[in-house]
Design a protein around this ligand. Structure first.
Ligand SMILES: NC(=O)c1ccc[n+]([C@@H]2O[C@H](COP(=O)([O-])OP(=O)(O)OC[C@H]3O[C@@H](n4cnc5c(N)ncnc54)[C@H](O)[C@@H]3O)[C@@H](O)[C@H]2O)c1
Length: 432
């Protein structure tokens, strides 16, 4: 029979909220600790500080049942402490573990009194000793449980994981490990109990591998443009080989978010700290930056002589989220602004954060007003609603009817029939 536990979740971002809501939905009592007062106030008022499909209703349900208790600092009495704070990288790609340090120091007394601590935040492999130091020394009840959820599917992925990985130190306390397994391995998916460095490498490696696949696809995409070939046909043919598979081969002008670019950097930097070259991960990061530069260059090349205005539709790093961390669309916006263009962006969910990241970016409150007067429209995020815009009427509002689609979202034939000069990525470029 399932036991209901009291669990503290530290950090109420994408992972912390999915964890809190998921565990509460399974009947556990959750203390949700968040240091940002704006986020805490929203949670206390019953609303969410992030956009994640299905999460608002699931959170409201847990509130009705009084299962999640938002609070500013950890309280005694929990059976388990789950650390879900952010681990961003700085401009040079180095891991910034200050949130983890703060969170671990805030629970060190509770950990010292015997409560097991599980790090769900993604750490660069090899951080184990530092973590134990921040917790003041006892490694036997410290574990890692890297999270593999996808933004846009956070709750369903948390509740139906592909695998559960638990990292433990060699002196792991068996009772503490059993409790961690009981709370976190609640489906019949495979459980892997490994060492701490292995757990972190599984997470860093899985994300880096996905990033490699995307960088490779995007490189093929640029090559297809040069060869007048269509990358969609090429990746279909490649992906039919079961050893390769067709997932994560959607071409674009680069990947972003808080995970893939970071884990490429983590593997590269950890390897380099041991004097290893890390050719593959370093190349995938460089290629990703190049693909955004290439897309920006194409936009500049398309600008009609009488216009300096570009509309970017979609600013989030992908559809289904309001997250703009390392967003390719924002990087392109920055390049265009630096080249002296006026850039107007629109995103159905990510506008406020986009403006903080790129202060020179003007924001429109609808796709229509972003497009009006633009010399070029660029599709930056694959939000499905952009397909359904009234493109026939919108052409008349532009300084010139020119579209470049960075996400293979729109139907090129239809756009050309409506009178647009339409280009996309990874396809023959019309010379008219
Ligand atoms: N976002 C994803 O899709 C995803 C998927 C898998 C793993 N991860 C990893 O999970 C971790 C969290 O990612 P995220 O996207 O949820 O980050 P996030 O930035 O959205 O959320 C982190 C939250 O922790 C809070 N916080 C920081 N220090 C705190 C402290 N001492 N006490 C309480 N709260 C504190 C922050 O204010 C913030 O609200 C990262 O390591 C990330 O790499 C993220």
């Amino acid at each position: 029979m399932q036991q209901f536990r009291r669990v503290s979740v530290i950090g109420a971002g994408y992972v912390g909220l999915a964890t809190a809501v998921g565990l509460a939905a399974r009947g556990h009592d959750v203390d949700l600790v968040e240091t940002r007062t704006d986020r805490l106030e929203m949670l206390r008022a019953g609303s969410l500080p992030i956009h994640e499909p299905g999460m608002a209703a699931a959170y409201a349900d847990t509130q009705t049942k009084s299962r999640i208790h938002p609070m500013a600092s950890p309280a005694p009495g929990s059976d388990l402490l789950l650390v879900c704070v952010g681990t961003p990288i700085d401009e040079e790609g180095r891991s910034d573990l200050r949130q983890v340090e703060g969170a671990l120091r805030s629970v060190a007394d509770l950990a010292a009194s015997g409560t097991p601590v599980v790090i769900k935040s993604t750490l660069p492999a090899g951080s184990g000793e530092t973590i134990v130091m921040w917790l003041r020394g006892d490694s036997s009840r410290v574990f890692a449980n890297p999270e593999f959820l996808r933004q846009g599917h956070a709750i369903e992925d948390f509740l139906k994981p592909t695998r559960v990985v638990i990292g433990a130190f060699p002196d792991a306390d068996p009772d503490a490990l059993a409790l961690v397994e009981e709370v976190l391995h609640f489906t019949d998916c495979q459980l892997l109990v490994v060492g701490m460095a292995e757990a972190d490498l599984i997470k860093n490696g899985a994300n880096a591998f996905l990033a490699l696949k995307l960088s490779f696809t995007n490189e093929l995409s640029v090559l297809c443009e040069a060869l007048n070939a269509d990358v969609m046909k090429v990746v279909e043919g490649i992906g039919l080989d079961e050893r390769i598979g067709s997932q994560f081969m959607q071409p674009s002008f680069g990947f972003g978010g808080s995970c893939l670019p970071k884990d490429l950097c983590a593997l590269t930097n950890v390897g380099k700290s041991f004097g290893l070259a890390m050719h593959v991960t370093a190349a995938a990061s460089e290629a990703n930056a190049d693909h955004q530069q290439h897309f920006a260059d194409r936009i500049v090349g398309l600008m009609p002589p009488h216009s300096r205005r570009v509309a970017i539709l979609g600013l989030a790093f992908k559809a289904g989220t309001d997250d703009v961390r390392s967003s390719p669309a924002l990087r392109v916006a920055k390049i265009l602004i630096a080249r002296g263009l006026e850039v107007v962006g629109f995103d159905p969910h990510a506008a406020a954060d986009a403006n903080r990241e790129v202060p020179g970016l003007s924001l429109a409150n609808s796709a229509q007003s972003a497009i009006a007067g633009a010399g070029v429209v660029a599709i930056g995020t694959e939000w499905p609603e952009f397909r359904d815009l009234d493109w026939a009427s919108l052409a008349k509002t532009m300084a010139a009817p020119i579209i470049i689609d960075g996400r293979r979202l729109l139907d090129g034939e239809r756009m050309r029939a409506l009178g647009y000069h339409f280009e996309t990525i990874g396809a023959p470029i019309p010379r008219n």
